[in-house]
Design a protein around this ligand. Structure first.
Ligand code: NAD
Length: 491
């Protein structure tokens, strides 16, 4: 998807709403994930009367925050942080002169993770109260433009009206027909964040973001992890050299990878699962595991909210079809986040949510989809933004590529985190930065500095002229930019 064109959004947004007087609310949002709740807050800031519908509940309370907060980004990062500390203590403390023999208490690790999640979920509820946003607990269904039915957990149904409805129901893990989730031995990410003990052998189907992050968690804690990936490289959205650097480091940590292989069947044998599959050359493969994580992507939640009955058009890929202003084919009905085309990322959904709230208020909402950063929270982290080198080649763009290894960065040396590099891709004629990728410690935070230059159409020279504090990992970004100009200093 291209960037939303702000020009004329005021006029178009106004014409997309229902006639005045139709509604009790200005806006009802279905789904309180990062897209939905951020949209609610922005709309409330703009003076709108907002309700948000959420079905996730712990029996006593509605749990806001969606997949990201409850079973996705936040709990997985809590586990990544715990497992990284454990791994560091076990493998690297000795070289610093620190002698410890660490052991891991899984129950405590899971309790801490849940504490982090619960605090943040409570925080969102507080934000809803602060902005006077009404939370409607239950499953939301679009009956028609401006009409939403909410079915509570006890079956009670209520109907609500609004000038605008924003669809923000998010996505769920894709289930493979021959590898059905049982919530115990064959699981999605929803359950792989809560294994009660460290699996002896974990097979991860899918070498994408979830597979690598959760595979890393359990590998660091002692599991023998095998990742089975259908394609010839990890994370297909990355350039080959970037994916390879990540693979090498993860292999050093003990993860095993099988590429161009497909899992085709599974049989449960007591507490184990025997997986069968085929290699690229057609030969048979087999793996035995006590847990299997299936992480082959996510699909939008479109069935439950009555979209097809209400007449919401879907794309061929079964995503909600929207125009350049995030409007569906129905008047006053908008869609954001994982439901629509584009990367399935929490921060992208948030941007969508803000843009829709602003367009509803007659402002110029805007999302630049070309500049949504992508991060894999392994160690080292991998972060990218803009075009890859391969995408530039496909578009016949003439580019200069600058690279700088963390091996030559003083701060990274001091931290014993020398794996990886910064890669910056600049247009050969104009020097405008077209894309960047970083493999290395703190890559997720470092990519923001490059993205900020790109937002303003910055060049590699702009980055090279930015004074970076010494000694910091950020100097590797400056050096990669200098390398684009043929002026690298420390390599
Ligand atoms: P993904 O699309 O990132 O990766 C899925 C991988 O599975 C791909 O590499 C694909 O080639 C492979 N695959 C598909 N079918 C297969 C099969 N039958 N056998 C073997 N391999 C197969 O999906 P994901 O890791 O499940 O993540 C889902 C979504 O959640 C993604 O959009 C991701 O961006 C998002 N997410 C993001 C973050 C983050 O930003 N750090 C973290 C978790 C999830």
């Amino acid at each position: 998807m291209t960037s939303i064109d702000p020009a004329g959004s005021k006029l178009q947004a106004q014409s997309s709403k229902l006639p005045a007087g139709t509604a009790g609310y200005d806006l009802i949002i279905i789904g309180a994930g990062p897209g939905g709740y951020v949209c609610a807050i922005r709309a409330a800031q703009l003076g709108k009367k907002v309700a948000i519908v959420e079905k996730r509940s712990d029996g006593a309370k509605t749990r806001l925050g969606g997949t990201c907060l409850n079973v996705g980004c936040i709990p997985s990062k809590a586990l990544l942080d715990t497992s990284e500390k454990f791994y560091e203590a076990k493998k690297h403390f000795a070289e610093h002169g620190i002698a410890v023999t660490p052991s891991i208490d899984i129950a405590q690790m899971l309790k801490r993770k849940q504490g982090v999640v619960d605090t943040l979920v409570g925080g969102i509820a507080g934000l809803m109260r602060k902005h006077k946003i009404e939370v409607l607990s239950g499953s939301g269904e679009l009956l028609a433009p401006g009409k939403v039915r909410v079915t509570a957990a006890d079956g009670a149904k209520t109907e609500h009206e609004a000038q605008h409805v924003v669809l923000a129901m998010g996505s769920v893990p894709i289930e493979l027909p021959f590898l059905k989730f049982d919530g115990e031995r064959i699981v999605s990410s929803d359950h792989a964040i809560s294994f009660p003990s460290v699996p002896k052998r974990l097979v991860v189907v899918g070498g994408g973001v979830i597979g690598l992050e959760l595979g890393s968690v359990w590998s660091r804690l002692g599991s023998q992890v095998t990742v089975v990936e259908a394609l010839p490289q990890l994370c297909p959205f990355l350039d080959g050299d970037v994916a390879k650097a990540l693979q090498k480091t993860l292999e050093k940590q003990g993860l095993q990878f099988v590429f161009e292989a497909k899992v085709t069947g599974a049989a449960r044998q007591g507490d184990e699962v025997v997986l069968s599959g085929t290699a690229k050359d057609g030969s048979a493969l087999s793996w035995t595991a006590d847990r299997v994580l299936v992480a082959v992507g996510r699909r939008p939640c479109i069935e439950a909210a009555g979209l097809e009955t209400a007449g919401v058009k879907l794309t061929e890929r079964k995503r909600v079809q929207v125009d350049g202003h995030l409007r569906t084919n129905l008047p006053g009905v908008w869609a954001i986040g994982d439901l629509i085309d584009g990367p399935m990322l929490a921060h992208k959904a948030e941007e969508d949510g803000v843009a829709v709230a602003e367009m509803i208020a007659g402002q110029h909402g805007h999302v630049d989809y070309a500049l949504v950063p992508n991060v894999v929270y392994t160690e080292p982290e991998v972060a990218s933004v803009g075009l890859t080198e391969a995408e530039c080649q496909k578009r016949n763009l003439s580019v200069r590529v600058g690279k700088f290894p963390f091996l030559a960065n003083g701060r990274a040396r001091a931290a014993a985190a020398t794996d990886g590099f910064v890669k910056i891709i600049a247009d050969a004629k104009t020097d405008r930065v077209l894309g960047a990728a970083i493999v290395g410690q703190r890559a997720a935070d470092l990519i923001a500095s490059i993205a900020a230059h790109m937002v303003y159409g910055g060049s590699s020279e702009d980055i090279a002229r930015t004074c970076m504090a010494h000694p910091t990992h950020g100097e590797a970004v400056k050096e990669a930019a200098l390398d684009c100009l043929g002026r690298v200093i420390h390599a």
